[in-house]
Structure formats: C-alpha cells, structure tokens
Design a protein. Sequence first.
Length: 225
Amino acid sequence: MARTQDFKSAFDIIGPKMIGPSSSHTAGAVKIGNALRTILQQDPDNLEIHYYESFAATHQGHGTDLAIVGGALGFSTFDERIPESTKIAKDKGVDVNIIEESGHSLGEHPNCALLKADAGERHVEVNGISIGGGTIKIKSIHVDGLCILMNHGLPILVIDGDSDVATINHLINDLIDKDVDINEEIKTIHKEGCLLALHLNKEIKSDLLEQIRDQYSELNFSYVD
C-alpha cells in the first residue's frame, strides 16, 4: 500500500536549517531545484521556471527565485551562496527565464513550480510543490521526452535510459532482494527507453546505490532525497 503521510516527524513541520524568510517559499523551493539538478546530473545550461498561484504572486519578495536557482545549482537549504545564486548562475552562463503563470496551479497546490532545464543533450522537467516546513512533493518528471505523473514526497530513486521491461523488472527484484524498501513504483517504458521512479519508505545507503549503478551501468540513477 502506498504511504500516504506527507510529514514523517515534527521536525518536518518546523523545517530545516535554511537561508531565507519562509520554509515553504525558500527551503521547499531549494529542494525543488535540487530535485531538478539531481535528475539533470549536472549544472543546467539553461533554466526555465514556471510559477503558479502563491509562488507566482510572491516569488520575488520571498526569495523563491534565489532558492530555486540555488537548488538547481546544487546548493543545500543552508548554503550561504543562495542570496547570490542568480548572480552565480549568470556568471556560469546559465540562462534563467522566469514565467508567472495565471490560472490554477499545475500541481494542484498554491506553492507550485514547474522547472525545465537542458544540460548538453539531456532535457529534464520537474513539477514540484512545497507543502510546508521545507517538505516537497514531486508531481511529475520528464526526461528526454518520457514522462511520469506522481504525487510523492522524498526520497525518490529515479532511473532512466535505454532499457526494456525485463531489465527493469530484474532491477526492481534486485533492489527488493537487497532490502531497498520500495513504497511504490511509477514507470513508463517505450522502445525509446524507460523512465522509472521508485518512492522509498526509507533512505537507500550510498554504497548500495553505487553497487546498483555499477551493476546496471547502462542506466542513469538519480537519488532525490
């Protein structure tokens, strides 16, 4: 059965150590940017940010732009570079485009951002919502034309690449045999490749993740936590 709770402890409500005035508009925004950066697997060449509802109305005053750009550059919620993140992005040659969308939120939540980015030939889109206390949920992921729709908190293991159903099923069985606690799997597999998101009940150990990466070296593994 899929896990339904969004917050695991009181500390999720209080929020993490962070730079910025608001856990929802700053810390959560950093984590949405982090999710994009993790799946993109390198700094973006360009970044397009679509804001909805509350994010669209207040992003400048609440530092959401700085937070998302910082997250997309790999900065954590407490990184002291966040106030300078847009300048750092410009210095790196990252083209940032911010769009305030009208109408209802794409993520069915007022604190919603859809991020689109390219790095080399890789294109990634992440739709995330910030639900309070620095906690986020991912609503959709696009990688190189493949898409999965979801409504999950972290951690999430994202896998993509040139593969087939048999290989993906074998991979999932391997993870289960290694005691990876999978709450739910969301996947799309076509002849062009696969995109898989595994929502985990608990963190995966870094040494185990490296072992799986080596075993399935033809696939891309992105651990969003």
